[in-house]
Design a protein around this ligand. Sequence first.
Ligand SMILES: Nc1ncnc2c1ncn2[C@@H]1O[C@H](COP(=O)(O)OP(=O)(O)OP(=O)(O)O)[C@@H](O)[C@H]1O
Ligand SMILES: [Mg+2]
Length: 312
Amino acid sequence: MGLVIATVNMKGGVGKTTLTVNLATCLAKNHQKRVLVVDLDTQISATLSLMSPQDFAKARKTRRTLSHLIDKAIRPNIQSKLAIKDVIQPYVCTIKELNLLPGDIDLYDEYLVSEMLHNKAVSEEKSNFSDVWNHFEKLLIKSILEPIIDDYDFIILDCAPGYNLLTRSGIVASDFYLLPARPEPLSVVGIQLLERRIAKLKESHNSGTSFNLQLLGIVFILSGGLIGRYYNQVMKRVTEDFSPNLLFKNRIPMDVNVAKAVDSFMPVVLATPTSSGAKAFTKLTNEFLQKVEAHQNKVQNHTKKMNLANLE
Ligand SMILES: Nc1ncnc2c1ncn2[C@@H]1O[C@H](COP(=O)(O)OP(=O)(O)OP(=O)(O)O)[C@@H](O)[C@H]1O
Ligand SMILES: [Mg+2]
């Protein structure tokens, strides 16, 4: 079964989308992993980093975006023959293993969601509206991905800044989350706030199905010059605050090629593979795979121990 990874940080502009699209591309191109990028952000940055606006407009015209799948979840009675497999774009950036579930500038209407859940609560005679809401939130992204989860090794969710319904639903559907951040004092506070919110989410969504989300690691986006020197001081504090295995050793340097790549509708690892940014993402992908493998070995050893304990 594919591993679902959410790229999250409540702070905006910290490199979530850049990390998502470059990691996904390296996993597909260099490691032949089957990867799906899911754009959960109405800014559609991940979508436009991987396909041209013209191709996106065509997809949107034929309702082949995430918006349609969310619509089906909110209004189950709508007539539609389009399934998730019809919406996914194959051969993204001409890489066979790289697929994209395009986002949309309108993904859902909060009022419609609230109305639908209110009606549901009334018809099912549920007095606790928050239970109905939590149930919907827990299953929304999970149920959209369910039919295709076995088709991929990795499904990477590019979350919007903030902490909206889709981010929460994406987090609940994930096995791991990645946290890109800049080493600034407020960023560090942001990381701790997010961790607290995720712990709360685990508490409120943990009934029934298992929800064992883990932080795979924090990825730092560095900077050069004077600000870079200051960042290094903050980095020292960060390494004291977080366990070393939660920090990616590879860091991403600021590199103009990373920002420029968006103009060619492809990630920097394809647009300028010899640039410092591209090289850093390539190395980071190797470390990502090592971290995933280490987690999986830990789970296997734990299961073995449990089985042995049951035999005794
Ligand atoms: N290593 C880098 N070097 C240079 N520019 C970068 C780098 N990483 C990201 N950027 C640029 O910084 C901007 C913000 O990056 P990105 O869109 O990845 O952040 P984000 O966290 O996804 O933002 P949002 O919260 O709005 O979704 C973009 O213009 C991107 O091209
Ligand atoms: Mg983004």
